[in-house]
Design a protein around this ligand. Structure first.
Ligand code: FEO
Length: 397
């Protein structure tokens, strides 16, 4: 999509799809791409809300030019979020529209100077400030750490549109449909949660605070920087972000394992059978060697039960399992039940590190914790099944 799309009279989406970048933040796979959304608001003055990544500038500038009324220029560039996936076009915009003022807060300008060395044509805003474009009024709401310290949201009081920055965003390009009523929202939901859990989840307390802050506004449309524009059901992304920020789980379990020669996998299969016999239907089983950690973290953010099993590798955790637990420690997810098992050959190590992980995240440990030398015998596999049953009992409603 390269043409602007009117989302409300006088307001156009002028974003771009990114189908080229393989890893968001050079880390998180984008199998379905991502969009960088920007919006042009035309009153007597004209404001552009956010911009796009540097690699996507051509399509973006073309859309802005088409959306601008003939002979008009941009009066304000409102920066809800200075991260370069949204501000990468700022230097090009400033040279194309030299009269344009950049609206942001103190922290925005500090980071903008750091990234781009830009210190002029500033329009500083504080929490609750308004900007009258003539014919439409905007208000600014500072929402720090959703996802950086400078992040804020802009509310169009005339049309009830919340330009929410990263909040309520999602991985996934806009494949023809822009609005929630032009797509199946549930198709985006998985990528929305993967985006939330891996990119924003660390700051869940601040997300929760931000939602409480903007809740009193009459939000008739949510226009985030990533993913669909929500006009039919603006409550859809808000209610999900709210739930995820409170770490509220759904009944189900994630079983992630690392196995080199099948011994740990046999234990994992027995645990999975125990989960099913215990009455759980939503069981997500992941091999950490085949599935990127971002998908496993996504599922762990959804479900209440987590079972981790690993072989030992060089006196410690198998490296890809180590990567997963280190990421989970950083994400600071709360309110989960945890089961642990592992194997070793001539020295322990894997289960010891998994127990340290249990202490760090403070999730409730479900018995028994199992550690097996080389390969489990029948009695030990029975214990694995019991771990599964116990976990099912712990997370069922
Ligand atoms: Fe979409 Fe935090 O940048």
């Amino acid at each position: 999509m390269h043409d602007p799309i009117e989302i409300s009279p006088g307001v156009s989406w002028v974003g771009v799809n990114d189908r080229e970048t393989g890893l968001f933040e050079s880390m998180w796979p984008l199998p379905r791409g991502i969009s960088y959304n920007a919006y042009l608001i035309v009153g007597e003055k004209i404001a552009l809300v956010d911009a796009v990544k540097k690699l996507q500038i051509d399509g973006f500038i073309a859309a802005v030019r088409k959306a601008l009324p003939p002979g008009r220029s941009i009066d304000y560039l409102i920066i809800n979020h200075i991260e370069p996936d949204h501000s990468g076009a700022i230097e090009v915009l400033s040279s194309l529209y030299p009269g344009m003022k950049i609206a942001g807060n103190k922290r925005t300008f500090d980071l903008m100077e750091g990234f781009y060395g830009m210190t002029e044509n500033l329009h500083a805003v504080q929490d609750g400030d308004e900007l009258d474009l003539g014919g439409r009024k905007l208000s600014f709401h500072i929402t720090p750490m959703v996802h950086w310290p400078e992040t804020m949201m802009t509310y169009d009081k005339t049309a009830g549109i919340l330009f929410s920055g990263d909040a309520f965003g999602s991985f996934g390009t806009l494949d023809g449909g822009l609005f929630d009523d032009e797509i199946d929202p549930d198709v985006y939901e998985g990528e929305m949660l993967r985006y939330y859990s891996n990119i924003i989840g660390r700051f869940s307390a601040m997300v929760h605070k931000a939602i409480r802050k903007v809740e009193p506004l009459d939000i008739r449309m949510v226009a985030s920087t990533h993913g669909p524009v929500w006009r039919k059901d603006p409550g859809y992304p808000i209610s999900r972000y709210d739930r995820w920020s409170r770490f509220e789980p759904e009944p189900g379990a994630v079983l992630a394992y690392a196995s080199m020669y099948g011994s740990t996998l046999r234990m994992a299969e027995a645990v999975a059978r125990g989960l099913a016999l215990g009455g759980l239907k939503d069981i997500m089983m992941h091999d950490v060697s085949k599935v990127h950690a971002s998908f496993i973290i996504r599922d762990i953010w959804r479900y209440g039960g987590v079972v981790l099993g690993s072989c030992t590798y060089e006196l410690g955790l198998f490296p890809l399992m180590r990567n997963l637990v280190e990421l989970l420690e950083e994400k600071a997810l709360k309110n989960r039940r945890l089961g642990l098992f592992g194997t070793y050959g001539w020295s322990g190590g894997a289960v010891k590190r998994l127990k340290e992980f249990a202490g760090t995240v403070s999730w409730d440990l479900v018995d028994p914790v199992l550690e097996v030398k080389c390969s489990a015998r029948d009695a030990q596999l029975d214990e694995c099944m019991q771990l599964g049953r116990n976990m099912a009992a712990a997370v069922k409603p």
